[in-house]
Design a protein around this ligand. Structure first.
Ligand SMILES: Cc1cc2nc3c(=O)[nH]c(=O)nc-3n(C[C@H](O)[C@H](O)[C@H](O)COP(=O)(O)OP(=O)(O)OC[C@H]3O[C@@H](n4cnc5c(N)ncnc54)[C@H](O)[C@@H]3O)c2cc1C
Length: 262
């Protein structure tokens, strides 16, 4: 294996979402000459972070008509680079913070840094229920996905009943997004109220293609003879005024999503 290139810096930033680039812009303007590792599909997320997985970002100041997530993250990077941040499309795979200078490693580089900012964000948390996994009898990627924006337009989801699990902003956003493609979207939530922002709640509740299943939890994914998801077994939880029950729920194929803050 070729020797790693050694870089020395005052500040090394790991990550490439809004947090990393905000840090980079401030540091670069303070003439700290930061280097930033934006990751190469680190944690399965493209450089730019979670906003690359969404369509319209409507709450960012300066964009009164909204801006596409991918476009916004490109602007973050452009602004960091403009002030002198060096951006590398590599993932930091190992660190040694036991002594100064701190050491960070990528496949091709070793960085000696006086300071480090870690802004590696978050990843979708996958739910586990029978049939939700990647094993032979599971339906992960065979009808179950964690990203409606990435997968929702695929032919297997078009004009079919779909399901989204969750009650936060991500769930609302994904359910609304999927109404463009599915015949109907079931929003399955384990509580009797949402934690999403009010505006996302009202957008969801007023969407005629979305039906909310309150106090409900998915307990099993059911497949068809082609090995694709064909339905979900949903359990009504004890907090509901109804007695505990489970039923086969026709949502074929369905999507799984998750709350960033469960
Ligand atoms: C579908 C969806 C829609 C959203 N819509 C909105 C919205 O409209 N408005 C809003 O304000 N917020 C929205 N959010 C939330 C917003 O995306 C997050 O709050 C924000 O992206 C968090 O930023 P961050 O910089 O902390 O991390 P992230 O955006 O998670 O970025 C972290 C980055 O670090 C990289 N990374 C991880 N590990 C390493 C490593 N070892 N080396 C190098 N790089 C690494 C990752 O690949 C990733 O690119 C949405 C989130 C989702 C999932």
């Amino acid at each position: 294996m070729a020797a790693r290139e050694i870089l020395r810096t005052t500040l090394c930033i790991v990550g490439s979402g809004p947090a990393a680039h905000t840090a980079a812009i401030y540091a670069a303007r303070a003439e700290l000459y930061p280097i930033l590792f934006e990751g190469w599909l680190a944690n399965g997320i493209a450089a730019g972070g979670q906003l690359t997985t969404t369509t319209d970002v409507e709450n960012f100041p300066g964009f009164p008509t909204g801006i596409l997530g991918g476009e916004l993250t490109e602007k973050f990077k452009e602004q960091s680079v403009r002030f002198g941040t060096k951006v590398f499309p590599e993932t930091v795979t190992n660190v040694d913070f036991s002594a100064r200078p701190f050491k960070l490693y990528t496949d091709s580089k070793e960085v000696l840094a006086e300071t480090v900012i870690i802004a590696t964000g978050a990843v979708a948390k996958r739910l586990t229920f029978k049939g939700s996994g990647e094993e032979e009898d599971g339906y992960w990627n065979k009808g179950i996905s964690a990203c409606a924006v990435c997968d929702g337009a695929a032919p297997i989801f078009r004009k079919k009943p779909l399901a989204v699990i969750g009650g936060g902003d991500s769930a609302m956003e994904e359910a609304n997004f999927l109404t463009k493609y599915g015949s109907k979207v079931y929003l399955i939530h384990r509580r009797n109220e949402f934690r999403a922002s009010k505006i996302m709640q009202s957008r969801t509740l007023s969407n005629p293609k979305i039906e909310v299943l309150w106090d409900s939890s998915v307990i099993e994914a059911i497949g068809n003879e082609r090995g694709l998801l064909s339905g979900l077994k949903v359990c009504i939880l004890h907090s509901s005024p109804f007695p505990p029950a489970s039923s086969l729920f026709p949502a074929a194929p369905s999507l799984q999503t998750c709350d960033p803050k469960p």
